[in-house]
Design a protein around this ligand. Structure first.
Ligand SMILES: Cc1ncc(COP(=O)(O)O)c(C=O)c1O
Length: 448
């Protein structure tokens, strides 16, 4: 910090170098093949360059008059990506939001306003006799969805949890009965939320069946594709999202599997008119009474943000310069390497693979002989060991992994986001985990 208080301190190259150096040496190193713990992208350098320009031109993208290129780029990217969703051109809509959490909240608002048109104005669910507003989600849904229920005033108690099958996907057959029971309890489920790539294990819910189920009951199907929607751009992986064209809305984080700087989320609506229903307000200083060809591109009325980063620019620039194959190849490689990592795990007698990976997330446990019991005390011990291993690996710093509780017991979790991560890196990680695990078991503690 400068000690200068009276005048503007001179530019100091060394200080700047110190700041940048500290920035690079701390936090998650997304460009390191060892950073396998979170869904943060190793950004494609060209995207970083455009992001730098974005910061300097500082155009807020909610309004065409202030950010013409970003608004047009949003239209272009919406059409390009809709080619993989499959909605008829002309009727669908897309807005960018600052993150998947905000996209989920915005979609739920639109769904709630459709089912309860007086809620926005009157602040309550509607005429006497209508059920209490509720949403239905899979057990593994991202926390932003239950948080959105809180923000919307629906209340945690009105979140209907749909059971999962052995692959941790929502099970449509059992969901039907749960929804019927919720209705009997006086709930009106206005939205079913499916996950296209759960955060915990990367499971893809059966969208086709869940869309039919939701629509039979007059509910909206929102797909939280924050993590996995990007698989749509790969011909090989697109079938994971079979039925996506039946969804009413889709949240798609480009800052995860499209390798651009955060935040960059695209919120799609099958019917643009329904999306327009998320917010209702007048503000004469920004919203035009009579939109023309250009102000019709404004998205300020459809998103929370007033000032919004033109987050589409990095994505559009990558798409424009390198084309779809850049994304498809990277995503396919990440999923392929995760599959190979799973095979490596299966060869290790002291590790337990918890699922066959559907995408690029893999959960497992270090479980040496002596820890194979299934009683409550064994599970507690197993849980403690995974947590201690995760903390040790994080502290040692060569690898960065995360942990997630699966059926109440901690598991180690890797998310392959960097195409330079290979199965050899994964083997090195397992060696490090094994040695940490043995040491912790010997010394009885997580910390050396
Ligand atoms: C499935 C899922 N939904 C939503 C989110 C939240 O997205 P964001 O971090 O962009 O707010 C995440 C983040 O990890 C996620 O995995």
């Amino acid at each position: 910090m400068t000690t200068e208080r009276e005048r503007i301190a001179d530019f100091d190259e060394e200080k700047l170098a110190g700041i940048i150096d500290l920035y690079l040496r701390t936090g998650i190193a997304v460009h390191s093949p060892g950073a396998m713990g979170r869904q943060f992208s190793g950004v494609v350098p060209l995207a970083g360059v455009i992001d730098f320009v974005t910061s300097m031109v500082n155009q807020p993208s909610s309004f065409y008059e202030a950010a013409q290129l970003p608004n047009v780029a949003e239209q272009i990217m919406a059409e390009e990506l809709n080619a993989f969703i499959g909605w008829p051109a002309g009727g669908f809509g897309m807005v960018t939001t600052s993150g998947g959490s905000l996209a989920n909240l915005t979609a739920l608002l639109a769904a709630r306003n459709r089912a309860f048109p007086d809620f926005w104005e009157g602040g309550g669910p509607g005429p006497v006799g209508s059920g209490r507003p509720a949403i239905a989600v899979g057990e593994d849904v991202h926390y932003s969805v239950s948080r959105a229920a809180g923000v919307l005033g629906i209340g945690e108690a009105q979140i209907v949890r749909l059971p999962l099958n052995a692959r941790r996907q929502v099970c449509p057959d059992r969901a039907e009965a749960v929804l019927a029971a919720a209705e009997r309890r006086g709930l009106q489920v206005f939205c079913v939320v499916a996950s296209a790539g759960t955060t915990s294990v990367g499971a893809f819910d059966p969208l086709d069946e869940l869309a039919d189920l939701a629509h039979r009951r007059g509910a909206w199907l929102h797909v939280d594709g924050a993590h996995g929607a990007s698989l749509l751009v790969s011909d090989r992986l697109r079938p994971k999202l079979r039925g996506i064209e039946k969804a009413d809305s889709l949240a798609w984080d480009a800052h995860k599997m499209m390798f651009v700087p955060a935040p960059c989320t695209l919120l799609f609506y099958r019917d643009r008119e329904q999306g327009l229903g998320a917010f209702r307000q007048q503000a004469s200083y920004v919203f035009d009474e009579e939109p023309d060809l250009y102000t019709a591109l404004d998205s300020g009325g459809e998103t929370f943000e007033c000032t919004k980063r033109p987050m589409i620019m990095a994505l559009w620039a990558l798409w424009a310069v390198h084309g779809r194959a850049l994304f498809a190849e990277k995503i396919e490689q990440l999923c392929r390497t995760t599959g190979q990592a799973h095979q490596v795990l299966l060869e290790q007698p002291d590790f337990e693979a918890l699922h066959e990976p559907e995408a690029n997330i893999l959960c497992f446990r270090y479980r040496p002989a002596g820890l194979t019991g299934t009683g409550p005390a064994d599970r507690r011990e197993l849980h403690r060991l995974q947590v201690a291993i995760r903390n040790r690996v994080k502290r040692d710093g060569t690898f960065f992994i995360s942990k997630v509780d699966i059926d109440g017991t901690a598991a180690l979790r890797v998310v392959l986001m960097n195409h330079e991560t290979s199965t050899e890196h994964f083997r090195m990680l397992l060696r490090e985990i094994r040695s940490a695990g043995q040491d912790i078991q010997l010394n009885g503690k997580g910390n050396r």
